[in-house]
Design a protein around this ligand. Structure first.
Ligand code: ADP
Ligand code: MG
Length: 666
């Protein structure tokens, strides 16, 4: 059985309407171990024949058998396997990858065979050393002479075994000395058992070989056949053990590592372009992350303020905007309020009483707001005790004459550095005006002992309205300061057994019956808060959507740049395919490149938004913006996804290229 057999093979090119028969009915058989020279004028079809022989191109007609297998029955990946395992190509223009050094160029076919990095590197080094390039392992092609580059491509051809070496005018670009050296090397390889098929112009070369095939206009016009007495060598050349490819797992590992390394090199080689396309993704990711972080921060800060203050409370107050003009609202009477205490869902009721009065300590006095405090007052007003204590149940029960000052009242009444705790302050009644509309009682002065100092606990909402505040037990307030028991507002404390809205309805219903009309108002914080949350989440979604559009634009930019990259690197793709890359390898390479590009962009984007958040947090104290690890993870996932989505088209384009077309592209 012949190693290679062509039966009536034709290859036609279609140039517009013109049909160019580059090969026209070629039949020949080549035995293993032969050295064949193919000659003919320029345009006679030599390269076309070589491409068919090397499984880079498909004949339009006829049969091409390799080792008895009909190549036309094989799919692209099986053809890639044939190229990888059986053939070694040597091109007139060397076709080395410019960004790889000599050793990596020589080792390239082993990558696609799935050999590990160290085994590849070792074999490439050994081959280059044998070819006299031991000192040039780490030189790039542009640092090597033509003859040296061609020797690197011989090493590459031998990398996976190189049973059949196809050399298309390998000496065409070399000076005569390098050309002669080249031929000597090819002869030596033939002596070791490699089958050599060489295209040449040089009649002197042809004189050295025993078989010459001459082409003219796509037809074989002369062929002196396999020399008599030719003895085929064994299956593979004895001294060229190929690197062993690994199993499926190993191959996948090598494939991914190569894809990532190539992507990295390609991105590094085009720094400005990489940076600009990354910028698109960075801006997209930064805007999405920042907007999510900002809206979350704003919401949680408002939720914290409003939530802690309002949760579990239903405020009621006298007066209603819908009252007819001239109708005065009535205050709430004690028996009315008592009747509410029994309603389901009501844990208790806090009466809001406060009045303006004059406080005196020794020779200092100040106008202050006296507030009736109960157990919920600290929480409700966002206060904390910074010195001393707050009222206990004893104080409420005994109607104690004790008070808590806020910092402003303390500063008004006491000298700096003087401790107010235990001091007695006189409250002047009748000097000010009660908060209600009833005249204040006649003027008296009551002594109160200071037991604590309260300070505001942060938050954006102020209750004091800027006036100095002091707090008295609500029982004391009711008995000693304002005997009149009617109140103008109160808070219902909920026990959460019944939905707040239902409790409110019951209370409204009861009070309406008692007052004869709805001359009061109430505020369901939970309900309002729920609406507020709905609105803010809708707004957050809209913002995030707008930000996502910028991400989309970034993705389109990446796709664009990847398409440019594919068309620029068509020849590289051709070379990789010629040495045995599968379509999947090429697809993976470009997909990984797009994903790496987007992930880098995403990383920068997260970094940008993190920096912005730090800046914002340093500039103000109201809202704390947090860019979480979760955001980092999501940003990474999103940018990989953008890379996948927008890298797919360019990657598929690259993989669909035919090797011979890709190689021919300049
Ligand atoms: P050689 O290598 O002997 O110089 P080729 O095999 O390159 O010749 O080309 C043989 C013929 O086919 C020439 O006429 C050439 O113009 C034509 N040809 C080669 N490649 C293509 C192509 N990709 N498209 C159209 N015509 C082509
Ligand atoms: Mg040619």
């Amino acid at each position: 059985m012949s190693l290679i057999e062509l039966k009536d093979v034709a290859r036609h090119y279609q140039l517009g309407d013109i049909d160019v028969p580059a090969l026209d009915g070629v039949s020949l058989a080549i035995q293993a171990g032969e050295f064949v020279a193919i000659m003919g004028q320029s345009g006679s079809g030599k390269s076309t024949l070589m491409n068919v022989l090397g499984c880079l191109d498909n004949p339009t007609r006829g049969q091409f058998l390799i080792g008895g297998t009909d190549a036309s029955t094989l799919g692209p990946d099986q053809l890639a396997a044939l190229r990888r395992e059986r053939f070694g190509f040597i091109f007139q223009r060397y076709h080395l990858l410019p960004h790889l050094d000599a050793r990596a160029n020589a080792a390239l076919p082993a990558v696609y065979a799935g050999a590990g990095a160290s085994a590849r590197g070792e074999r490439a080094r050994a081959l280059l050393q044998r070819l006299g390039l031991g000192e040039r392992l780490h030189h790039r092609p542009n640092e090597l002479s033509g003859g040296q580059q061609q020797r690197v491509s011989i090493a590459r051809a031998l990398m996976n075994g190189g049973q059949i070496i196809l050399a298309d005018e390998p000496t065409g670009a070399l000076d005569s000395a390098s050309g002669a050296e080249m031929l000597r090397l090819l002869k030596e390889l033939n002596g070791r058992g490699h089958t050599i098929i060489l295209v040449t112009h040089d009649a002197a070369v042809a004189a050295h070989v025993r078989r010459v095939i001459e082409l003219k206009d796509g037809k074989v016009v002369a062929d002196n056949g396999t020399p008599a007495g030719h003895v085929p060598p064994g299956e593979l050349p004895s001294d060229a053990p190929p690197v062993q490819g690994g199993g499926w797992l190993r191959r996948t590992q090598v494939q991914w590592r190569e894809a990532v390394a190539t992507a990295w090199l390609a991105l590094k080689g085009n720094r400005l372009r990489t940076a600009l396309s990354m910028l698109g993704i960075s801006i997209g990711i930064a805007s999405v992350v920042s907007i999510v972080a900002l809206t979350t921060a704003a919401r949680s800060s408002i939720e914290k303020d409003v939530g802690s203050m309002m949760s579990g409370r239903l405020p009621f107050w006298a007066g209603n905007p819908s009252l007819p003009p001239g109708v005065q609202p009535k205050p709430f009477r004690p028996n009315e309020i008592d009747s509410l205490r029994a309603l389901e869902g009501v844990r208790g009721i806090t009466l809001n009483r406060q009045m303006q009065l004059t406080a005196r300590y020794q020779s200092r006095d100040a106008t202050v707001q006296a507030v009736a405090g109960d157990v919920n007052t600290l929480k409700g007003r966002k206060l904390k005790i910074v010195q001393g204590r707050y009222f206990g149940s004893m104080d409420f029960e005994a109607h104690s004459q004790v008070l808590v000052l806020d910092e402003k009242a303390r500063d008004a009444l006491f000298k700096k550095g003087q401790s107010p705790l235990g001091q007695v302050v006189l409250l002047q009644l009748g000097g000010g005006q009660a908060a209600g509309q009833v005249p204040a009682p006649p003027s008296t002065a009551l002594p109160f002992t200071v037991i604590g100092i309260a300070a505001t606990d942060g938050g954006a909402i102020s209750f004091s309205g800027g006036t100095s505040q002091l707090y008295l037990p609500h029982t004391t307030f009711a008995r000693k300061l304002e005997p009149r028991a009617d109140v103008w507002s109160f808070d219902v404390n909920l026990d959460n057994a019944v939905p707040p809205n239902q409790v409110r309805e019951h209370i409204v219903h009861r009070l309406k019956a008692l007052h004869g009309r709805e001359d009061f108002s109430s505020f369901n914080a939970e309900e309002e808060f729920r609406k507020f949350k709905q609105i803010t989440s809708a707004m957050a979604a809209v913002f995030a959507g707008v930000a996502a559009i910028s991400l989309l634009v970034g993705g389109v930019g990446v796709m664009n740049i990847m398409l440019v990259s594919v068309s620029e690197r068509t020849r590289e793709i051709g070379i990789r395919m010629a040495v045995g890359a599968r379509q999947g390898d090429v697809r993976l390479q470009f997909l990984v490149e797009a994903v790496v590009l987007c992930c880098l962009g995403g990383l920068v984007g997260v970094l940008l938004s993190w920096l912005a958040a730090q800046g914002l947090n340093a500039a103000q104290k109201q809202v704390e913006v947090v860019v979480s690890w979760g955001a980092l993870g999501v940003a990474f996932a999103v940018s990989s996804l953008v890379g996948l989505v927008f890298g797919t088209l360019p990657a598929r384009r690259a993989a669909a290229l035919s090797p011979v077309d890709a190689l021919a592209r300049e």
